[in-house]
Ligand binder design. Structure first.
Ligand SMILES: [Zn+2]
Length: 358
């Protein structure tokens, strides 16, 4: 009888573990082992270099909507308008004809849980464990400070200056500058995490949802997804990692969109575009964004998609110093200024640097 009970309990535990408690694994720096590093190096080296994508034909882009039910979202009508606008803007600014295929929508938690197997692959355990900073211990904070120092070290002062609002900071003093960006990052990062969601019943960054807002987890998904070429989510990517570029540090960790390698589709890449920074009516976002004209909202989000499609279809690199080009990332959340600048400058493109891999 006793034996029977053990079997029953074990059977139940296994069943519960496998089917009922499918949590997204929380991967920390201890996963960045030598073995996992080798797996990552092998994986990354095995990705073929990006081929150029010829124009003169139409490309089908599969788009899936990923929904965080706690957050504001575009109406179905506006979402449909956005897809149309992206088709037309990609053609106008990049010269590629794309036809969007709507792949429907999925809720963000079940969507992430579906990718547990991918997160658990040694190469992605390494990538996530090596770079993600959950900032729950001092070690992460030291790594954050070091990565900020690195991000500003090789940038010309003229570019760094664009991100410094406090004029009392001596931009030539690198330790003062690092400290300024570090404090500013933590202040914004914490404020974003505390944004009220679900009609005031929850916080944006809570235990269950935190990983769905992490750059590295999205990056792993994009590498292996077969669901879509472009994900549009009403959520946000607002985490910390040790590879953030200056414009992400300046926004307290917000990345508006990611284009990443993909080993399954013919574009060799996939995109996620996040809507929360554009559409949230929360005070924090309203203030950081400034007033955005209602009729410009869809064109602005679409221009962000053009930026990502510039990476995906033209293989363009990231830029900091191009006037009036979508390839220049917006400063802070001032999307409207960025958009107006592009429109006034007619979306100027010169010969841009291209990438061999994302
Ligand atoms: Zn970019």
């Amino acid at each position: 009888m006793k034996k029977y009970k053990i079997v029953l309990v074990c059977g139940f535990s296994i069943f519960f573990g496998l089917f009922c408690n499918r949590k997204i694994p929380v991967i920390d720096s201890s996963f960045a082992t030598e073995v996992n590093k080798k797996a990552w190096d092998n994986y990354y080296n095995s990705i073929p270099e990006l081929k150029s994508i010829p124009g003169g034909r139409e490309y089908e882009i599969r788009v899936k909507r990923i929904v965080d039910p706690r957050l504001e979202d575009l109406s179905d009508e506006k979402y449909a308008n956005l897809l149309k606008q992206i088709e037309s803007d990609v053609n106008y600014y990049l010269g590629y004809r794309i036809k969007i295929k709507d792949m429907g929508k999925e809720e963000i938690l079940p969507f992430f849980k579906k990718y547990r197997k991918v997160f658990n692959k040694p190469q992605f355990q390494y990538m996530i464990g090596k770079h993600t900073l959950l900032l729950k211990n001092d070690e992460d904070k030291i790594r954050l400070k070091n990565s900020i120092e690195n991000a500003i070290k090789d940038k010309p002062l003229e570019i760094v200056k664009k991100y410094v609002n406090d004029k009392s900071v001596n931009i030539k003093d690198s330790s003062q500058l690092t400290l300024y960006f570090y404090n500013q990052f933590l202040e914004k990062y914490n404020a974003i995490g505390r944004v009220a969601v679900n009609h005031g019943k929850g916080l944006l960054r809570d235990n269950e949802y935190e990983l769905t807002q992490q750059y590295s987890y999205w990056s792993a998904i994009l590498n292996e997804t077969e669901d879509a070429d472009l994900f549009i989510t009403n959520s946000i990517i607002a985490g910390a990692d040790d590879q953030m570029p200056l414009y992400v540090i300046n926004r307290g960790g917000i990345t508006s969109g990611i284009t990443e390698n993909n080993i399954k589709n013919s574009f060799q890449g996939a995109i996620v575009l996040t809507l929360m920074p554009f559409i949230s009516t929360n005070e924090y976002f309203n203030k950081a964004r400034g007033n955005v004209y209602e009729n410009l909202l869809i064109p602005i989000i679409s221009m962000m998609a053009v930026h990502e499609f510039g990476h995906l279809l033209d293989r363009f690199d990231e830029y900091y110093d191009l006037p009036a080009s979508p390839q220049n990332a917006p400063v802070d959340l001032r999307y409207q200024d960025w958009y107006q600048n592009i429109i006034n400058g007619h979306g100027f493109f010169s010969q841009l640097r291209t990438l061999k891999k994302y």
